[in-house]
Design a protein around this ligand. Sequence first.
Ligand code: PMM
Length: 267
Amino acid sequence: MGVLNVTPDSFSDGGRWLDPAIAVAHGTRMHRDGADIVDVGGESTRPGAQRISIDEELDRVVPVVAGLVAASVPVSVDTMRPGVAQAALDAGACLVNDVSGGRADDGMLPWLATVDVPYIAMHWRGPSDVMASLATYDDVVAEVVAELQQRLDALSEAGVDLARVVVDPGIGFAKEADHNWMLLRELAQIQALGHPVLVGASRKRFLGSLLADGSGQPRPVEQRDYATDAITALAAGAGAWGVRVHDVRGGRDAVAVAAAWRAGQQI
Ligand code: PMM
């Protein structure tokens, strides 16, 4: 899954793809480079980010979704709002990626029951402006698994067919670095929920701190792709359904290596 943030303020690619034509060109390039799907988001979720209005989100997202669909690129929409998700589906998107797992908007789950598309439910504890204060766990893996299970139960109660639900541990969302590493180490426990698992670690802050220089300066965002590729290879090797990355070429190579490694032959 290639990341396409049509926002002024996302931590990695904020401001680069605000012009719809440039965004569509970049998304098309990611698809050509091997992204199976391009994930279009109009609202930044970086730590501390403020919410934007639905009109602003629609203005950012819909033209880009439509442009990519016109170029035959499979598109997912990264949104917490059912109104934006519906508009994106109307424009041809084929998957809904909700970082709040339906918790940010009470209308998401009832709406989801009325459509028939795959849905990614990410582990989320609260909006970006407060999530840092919610990163408290006794046992991060057990709690994330339990909270994802609650989302699956809520989805089922709302009438959503669970066969179309992907789960995501929400790397970096109300998580400190060691929470992220523990969740990655124990990915099998997320997979034991019985759903495909998406991992979104690309260029995130915990990679910056892992690769800090001698004086403790974090590795800059644009120099975190090799580490991201290592996570992709390990996640794919562990059987993740998908990875959400900015640099698709490196990610694709990492997936190819993991697939050959698992198969014991070139495939
Ligand atoms: N991370 C971000 C945004 N959307 N969606 C899913 N399912 N999983 C993630 O980990 C995730 C996401 C934030 O990263 P970005 O600013 O690079 O988009």
